[in-house]
Design a protein around this ligand. Structure first.
Ligand SMILES: [Zn+2]
Length: 297
């Protein structure tokens, strides 16, 4: 990651000014209901839907690039959703002002900023529904696109289940990928062949593929899992820095930085102690795997 420029820091300060003036902490306009329209079917936000929702609609593709904005005058569109602060600690509640724009205090996102679409809105709406159901603030949507017709055949949406399932790996992206792979019957979502004998769901075109929309920039675990199941298009909304603000406190940025640090230095910097053991059977499983008729993936 490049070191932030002075201009970027100035824009960050502008953001902070906007953030602080972004609305009262303890009183709020009513929640907009725009996201509900995108669910496309009967939907109870308290209940997570694990199965695909069939659709047959044109896919406009990844949203168009966001126009260049002037750092000092641009105000990001905001839903106006600022729920009542119900924390029992009233002092703490007073500190939890509603955030009105994404934090992009670095050049990390230069060149990838695009406009929104219904799938990005749906992922964010699923995140809010997840919180309403007592879970973490993350949502994810996978769309399956037919490569011949260009239509979205079906989609899956899911949310963070870490608390609900007592599973620290049950992030929204992992949950939606598991549900998608299991229901389609394949492990590679990047190219789904109509003639694959494992295919459980119909498709008209010879091939289809899946794309991922998430409410937040994925953590390294989820990003890697996406790559392992062949997904090669990702659109996320809020940033790793949004996930790190007071009250959310999730260390996504630290997670990414840790991966760029040598193993040797991770103990001192992050408290992670990693060692490489020298044992005579370390390659046994590899040798058996590559020399056997086991299913390769
Ligand atoms: Zn994750």
């Amino acid at each position: 990651m490049k070191f932030p420029t002075i201009l970027t820091w100035m824009s960050l300060m502008m953001f902070v000014v906007l953030l602080l003036s972004g609305g009262p902490a303890l009183s709020a306009p009513p929640a907009p209901d725009s996201g509900r329209a995108f669910f496309g079917n009967e939907y109870d936000p308290k209940t997570c839907q694990m199965n695909a929702t069939s659709t047959d609609e044109p896919y406009e593709g990844v949203p168009k690039p966001e126009p260049k904005h002037d750092h000092f005058t641009y105000v990001q569109p905001w839903s106006g959703y600022c729920p009542e602060a119900t924390l029992k600690d009233r002092k703490k509640a007073a500190c939890m002002t509603c955030q009105t724009a994404n934090i992009k205090g670095s050049e990390l996102y230069d060149g990838i900023e695009v406009q929104g679409n219904k799938w990005a809105l749906l992922a964010c709406d699923e995140a809010r529904a997840g919180v309403e159901a007592g879970g973490g603030p993350f949502g994810a949507v996978i769309i399956q696109v037919d490569d011949e017709s260009g239509k979205v055949i079906r989609y899956w949406r899911n949310r963070n289940h870490v608390v609900e399932w007592t599973d620290p790996t049950a992030h929204a992206e992992i949950a939606v990928m598991r549900a998608t792979c299991k229901e389609i019957g394949v492990m590679n979502l990047g190219r789904i062949d109509k003639n694959d004998p494992h295919l459980k769901l119909p498709q008209t075109g010879k091939t289809s593929h899946c794309e991922m929309y998430t409410s937040t920039e994925p953590c390294p675990m989820c990003y890697t899992a996406m790559r392992r199941c062949g997904i090669n298009t990702l659109v996320f909304a809020s940033t790793r820095f949004d996930a790190g603000v007071q009250g959310i406190d999730l260390p996504l940025d630290a997670n990414y930085n840790e991966l760029q640090t040598s193993y040797r230095d991770r103990a001192a910097k992050y408290g992670m102690h990693v060692y490489q053991a020298t044992v005579p059977n370390s390659l046994d499983a590899y040798n058996l795997y590559k020399r056997s008729e086991v299913t390769k993936y």
